[in-house]
Ligand binder design. Structure first.
Ligand SMILES: Nc1ncnc2c1ncn2[C@@H]1O[C@H](COP(=O)(O)OP(=O)(O)OP(=O)(O)O)[C@@H](O)[C@H]1O
Ligand SMILES: [Mg+2]
Length: 257
């Protein structure tokens, strides 16, 4: 475990079905304030890893220390679990898991109500996040009536509203148009500048190139972990893990805003 690590992962394995491993013997640290991207083909274990790091799948093998304490020990204590959940938030790959109320506003309020009893504070946080993402018009919509991209951005609002220290984001920009992609990227960059820790499963070259401090190529095991340019320029490694090679000259951030 290195000093400054917010997560220390040692020999982590995870299995859903006996005899098959979704994650196998992962060992690495995540430094506080870093942005780590998880890249990998379908079924590589990216979502599983994020859910394990969020404390949602404690039946893992090996050890995971969060700020020096084993996640399973944190989950044994009510106070520590509350504190952990306040610090660590996950954006699920499937927005329908995140959105279960009758309006977007109520979904955003749901988490906030666990942090505060003050209606004014909650309303202020809701207003702020809707404005920040530019989705004020979605406030009173039923989540089931939203488009795919609108669902993604609304579910991101439920996470951002809680102002967590650690954001575990599963494909935060998939299905988003260019305007929302760039908006989300700007918000994530500003969170990184504020010292938040970001762990992001993504194939989005913009995020990989201009936000991430490190990229982990995951395919059940860690196949590579290093600077984005180093991992993304290894075409053979990408192809052998069923990933399309990137053109790193592509997508300089062109924003009309
Ligand atoms: N609830 C579950 N029960 C059984 N197997 C599961 C379950 N969830 C995931 N798996 C399996 O675990 C493996 C890893 O899945 P995971 O969702 O973590 O991959 P992923 O890298 O996020 O893939 P994708 O890019 O498609 O989102 C896959 O083989 C998947 O079929
Ligand atoms: Mg996934």
């Amino acid at each position: 475990m290195t000093e400054g690590a917010i997560y220390s992962i040692i020999n982590l394995s995870y299995s859903y079905i006996p005899g098959t491993m979704a994650l196998q013997n992962l060992s690495f640290d995540v430094d506080a304030g870093t942005a780590l991207c998880l890249l990998g083909p379908n079924g590589a274990g990216k979502s599983t890893l994020l859910q394990v790091l969020a404390g949602l799948r404690p039946e893992y093998l090996g050890s995971i220390y969060f700020m020096g304490e084993e996640i399973r020990d944190i989950l044994k204590s009510r106070e520590k679990t509350y504190d952990f959940r306040k610090k660590v938030q996950i954006l699920f790959q499937d927005p329908d898991i995140q959105l279960f109320s009758i309006t977007v506003e109520k979904d955003i309020a749901y988490g906030l109500e666990h942090l505060s009893n003050d209606r004014e504070t909650i309303n202020k946080a809701i207003n702020e996040v809707l404005k920040e993402l530019g989705i004020e018009e979605l406030r009173n919509r039923h989540p089931y009536t939203l488009s795919g991209g609108e669902k993604r951005i609304a579910s991101l609002a439920t996470v951002l509203a809680l102002r967590p220290e650690v954001l575990l984001l599963d494909e935060p920009t998939s299905e988003l148009d260019l305007k929302f992609k760039e908006k989300v990227l700007r918000i994530l960059k500003s969170l990184k500048e504020k010292g938040k820790t970001l762990i992001i499963a993504t194939h989005d070259l913009r995020i990989l190139k201009s936000l991430c401090s490190k990229v982990a190529l995951l395919n059940r095991t860690i196949k590579a972990l290093g600077a984005p340019r180093e991992v993304l320029s290894n075409k053979e490694l990408l192809i052998s893990n069923d990933l399309e090679p990137y053109d790193l000259r592509e997508c300089s951030l062109s924003s009309k805003q």
